[in-house]
Write a protein that binds this ligand. Structure first.
Ligand code: C2E
Ligand code: MG
Ligand code: MG
Ligand code: MG
Length: 288
């Protein structure tokens, strides 16, 4: 995704072997200064109601605007952030920035707008991630819990650690919604989805990719949608790129869609234009 957004970002990541240790060292140094230097940006990608065409949600996606290397995508630096523990501070920034932004959008444009925030397993399990801190931020902004969705992974909910369940419960008790990201790539069981009272399942884009030609993938999507609905959960299809994929998903009863067909991730400025303009109204977002 971010590959289209920046030009110089590869310089960090395709070094000769000799330079690798050096570059890694510089990356860590730069990463630890990035928050203080205000180099992080959140991009927002619309999540569209596939039946009505309305855009009621957005996923916040982190980018690092490096002064020399340009826009760096999360897959390229989050692993380092996780290893070093920097993910906690970065994740706090992400949450607070997304909350600040959704508060503004709710006040100015769409009163029930929601923003979805990714939380990686290492981040969620860290003792220093405290739901009470995040909930206090929402309260300060006058936001109800339901204005935020946290996206976790199957891997996390399969971790039986009591602390994981306890944290999820704290969020849920405050009305925060929970989505399971990249669903189908891990190995979660239905029991866990029920136990944690998950609100949304996001079908991984690897199943959506070949929907038009691959009958197995189609069957997987159908089964996930049916199961999710039986369990009272809504389904988001990730990586919807073509009208044909969209049409098939609508026919299967998929609730929500996200992908390049609707929009790429946008800067907050561009996303605000989208909310201000005709795209926020039902007729204009093309889902068929
Ligand atoms: P994800 O949560 O599964 O996010 C969806 C990814 O798919 C995003 O990549 C998005 O740009 C990309 N995408 C959206 N629509 C399409 C499409 O139609 N086709 C294709 N090929 N790709 C599409 P991105 O922004 O590079 O993020 C990658 C991953 O990094 C995310 O996957 C998420 O796991 C992680 N991430 C992003 N932001 C954060 C963050 O703030 N905190 C944490 N912990 N993780 C984050
Ligand atoms: Mg996500
Ligand atoms: Mg995903
Ligand atoms: Mg992912």
């Amino acid at each position: 995704a971010a590959k289209q957004l920046g030009c110089n970002q590869y310089s960090y990541f395709t070094p000769g072997i000799r330079e690798e240790a050096h570059l890694r060292h510089m990356l860590m140094r730069d990463l630890s200064n990035a928050r203080g230097q205000r180099q992080f940006r959140l991009y927002y990608q619309p999540i569209v109601d596939m039946q009505s065409g309305r855009m009621l949600k957005a996923e916040a996606l982190l980018r690092w605007l490096h002064p020399e290397h340009g826009l760096i995508s999360p897959d390229d630096f989050l692993p380092f952030a996780e290893d070093s523990g920097l993910i906690i501070s970065i994740g706090d920034w992400v949450f607070n920035e997304a909350a600040r932004q959704v508060a503004q959008w709710r006040t100015l444009y769409v009163s029930d707008f929601r923003v979805s925030v990714n939380v990686s397993p290492a981040q969620f399990q860290a003792p220093s991630l405290r739901p009470t801190d995040w909930l206090a931020s929402l309260q300060r902004l006058g936001l109800p819990g339901e204005s935020v969705v946290i996206e976790i992974t199957e891997k996390l909910i399969m971790n039986a650690a009591a602390s994981v369940g306890e944290k999820l419960l704290q969020f849920r008790d405050a009305g925060v919604r929970v989505a399971v990201d990249d669903f189908g790539t891990g190995y979660s069981s239905l029991t866990y989805l029920k136990k944690f009272d998950i609100d949304y399942i996001k079908i991984d884009r690897s199943f959506v990719n070949n929907l038009a030609t691959n009958l197995d993938d189609r069957a997987v999507c159908e089964a996930i949608i049916m199961m999710a609905h039986k369990l009272g959960m809504k389904v988001v299809a990730e990586g919807v790129e073509t009208a044909e994929q969209c049409k098939l998903l609508v026919e299967m009863g998929c609730d929500l869609g996200q992908g390049y067909l609707f929009s790429r991730p946008l800067t907050s400025e561009r996303f605000t234009e989208l909310l201000r303009g005709p795209l926020a109204t039902p007729e204009q977002v093309q889902t068929h």
